[in-house]
Design a protein around this ligand. Structure first.
Ligand SMILES: [Ca+2]
Ligand SMILES: [Ca+2]
Length: 278
């Protein structure tokens, strides 16, 4: 019997089941935070025009998702709890610490940019002490100029005026802003206009098969035109085939990310792009 069917017949047992599941998940979340039970992966972002790695996006996934269906399910749960800010802070600090340790130990070139996913509301929260991130970076010898906050559209911004005021505070410290997953939601164009990000990350759904899909090509061209005029850089996400890579390079996209360029890896591995046909 499915849970839904059970709920229809026995609402009390469904309620109890849900409560138990909630507490089990909350316990798992607290344990993850207490014991650093998250894996951090770094996916390279490639400078298409200069032919070199420009930076890495840090991605955090729980090590053990036993009581969650998958990583998305886990993140959805975190979003429903009161621990969302605490968890974001935990992930941000973990990403920065792991990134800086590897950068300082393993890499000759230290001039990379780190892209960190962040919930827009975190930046608005008065309890969020930006000084903490700044101090952490400083302790590793990294400047905020090397850090980009990726704001995802999943948590759409509503108060744009307040938000652009807060962003200018971060920009003054040297941080830059990327709007993530552009093209996957309803808010992206308004978000672009108000937030004036330094980077636009175009969602994989617009990039997949772009070498053959004319409507997607037209949309990319509109976004690129906008980017050129507003001095924003475009990152094409989800590049999985070389034909897609060649298309976006010819179109003038600045940066690229995707399996064809480099998979997320626990080690900092630079992008690996085969020689181009043309
Ligand atoms: Ca992202
Ligand atoms: Ca993305």
């Amino acid at each position: 019997m499915t849970l839904k069917a059970l709920a229809a017949t026995k609402p009390t047992s469904f309620f109890i089941f849900n409560q138990l599941l909630y507490w089990q998940r909350l316990y798992a979340l607290k344990k993850i935070m207490a014991k650093d039970k998250m894996k951090t992966y770094f996916q390279p972002i490639y400078d298409v025009q200069a032919n070199k790695t420009m930076g890495f996006e840090a991605l955090n996934r729980p090590e053990d998702v036993n009581c969650f269906d998958n990583t998305d399910d886990f993140y959805e749960f975190v979003g429903q709890t009161k621990n969302v800010y605490l968890f974001e802070r935990f992930c941000r600090n973990l990403s920065i610490r792991r990134y800086c340790e590897q950068l300082n130990k393993e890499m000759d070139n230290k001039d990379f940019t780190i892209f960190i996913n962040i919930h827009p509301n975190i930046l608005l929260d008065k309890n969020y002490h930006s000084g903490e991130t700044l101090a952490l970076l400083k302790s590793f010898g990294i400047s905020p100029q090397q850090v980009v906050f990726e704001l995802t559209e999943r948590s759409a911004v509503t108060d744009f005026h307040e938000f652009s005021r807060v962003l200018s505070h971060y920009r003054k410290q040297g941080y830059r802003i990327a709007v993530d997953d552009v093209g996957s939601g309803y808010n992206s164009l308004k978000t672009l206009i108000y937030l004036k990000p330094e980077f636009i990350k175009i969602d994989r759904s617009l990039i997949q098969n772009i070498d053959t899909e004319i409507p997607q090509q037209q949309l990319l061209s509109v976004l690129l035109n906008y980017a050129f005029q507003s001095e924003t850089k475009v990152i094409a996400e989800g590049i999985e085939r070389m034909e897609e890579f060649e298309y976006i390079r010819e179109a003038g996209v600045h940066f690229a990310q995707g399996y064809a360029i480099g998979r997320p890896n626990e080690q900092l591995c630079e992008a690996n792009v085969p020689l181009m046909r043309k």
